[in-house]
Design a binder for this molecule. Structure first.
Ligand code: ZN
Length: 186
C-alpha cells in the first residue's frame, strides 16, 4: 500500500518517464498499486499517483454484465476515436479521481479507445475498449502525461472544480492520503 498523491503534487503534473525493462522493483510497485487501488477503492491507478514518475497504470473494473476487466499497462500507447460533439452530453458522464478524492465532475470522453502496451512479462497486448473501459484508459493514460481530468473540464465545471480544490486546500505540493486510514469520502 502506498499513499495517494493529491492534486497539486508536482509528480501528478509532469510527464512520466518510460519504464523500459520490467524488473523486481517495477513488479513490487505494481503489487503496491493494485493493493492501493483495491483499498481506495478505485477502478484505475497510475504510477505518478503513488509518487513514481513512470509510464504504467493498473485497472480493475466490473462491467454492468458482471465481466471483470483488469490488467497492467507498461509503457502504453493509446488511440482514441474522435469526440462526437453533436452528441455532447456533459451531465451524463461523471468522472472522479483518487488524486481528488470524493469529488466528481462531468467530462466528455471518446467512446472508443485502443490501448497498446506490455504486461509485466514484457508481452505486448492490445485492447479495443468502449464506453467506461475506454474512459478508464483515457483517464489513466492522461496521468502519464501529467494531465488530470480536472484539467480537461469544460465550462462551467472547471469553475466548480477550482472551488472544490480551494475548499479542500488542495493544489499545493506534498499532500497525500492513505486508503483505509484517511476517510476523505465521509
Ligand atoms: Zn485519476
Amino acid at each position: 500500500m502506498r499513499p495517494i498523491r493529491i492534486t497539486g503534487d508536482p509528480v501528478l503534473h509532469r510527464p512520466a518517464d518510460p519504464v523500459g525493462e520490467v524488473d523486481d522493483a517495477v513488479r513490487a510497485l505494481v503489487d503496491d498499486m493494485v493493493e492501493t487501488m483495491h483499498a481506495a477503492p478505485g477502478v484505475g491507478l497510475a504510477a505518478p499517483q503513488v509518487g513514481e514518475s513512470l509510464r504504467l497504470f493498473v485497472w480493475h473494473w466490473v462491467d454492468p454484465d458482471g465481466a471483470l476487466h483488469e490488467g497492467v499497462a507498461v509503457d502504453p500507447e493509446l488511440w482514441v476515436s474522435p469526440l462526437r460533439l453533436d452528441e455532447l452530453d456533459l451531465d451524463a458522464e461523471e468522472e472522479g479521481c483518487l488524486s481528488a478524492p470524493g469529488e466528481r465532475f462531468p467530462l466528455r470522453r471518446a467512446d472508443r479507445a485502443l490501448l497498446r502496451a506490455r504486461d509485466l512479462d514484457g508481452t505486448p497486448f492490445e485492447i479495443a475498449a468502449e464506453g467506461w473501459l475506454a474512459r478508464i484508459f483515457q483517464h489513466e493514460f492522461d496521468h502519464l502525461d501529467g494531465v488530470l481530468y480536472l484539467d480537461r473540464l469544460a465550462h462551467p465545471h472547471e469553475k466548480a472544480a477550482g472551488k472544490a480544490v480551494r475548499r479542500h486546500s488542495w493544489g499545493v505540493p506534498g499532500l497525500s492520503w492513505m486508503p483505509g486510514v484517511d476517510d476523505l469520502e465521509g
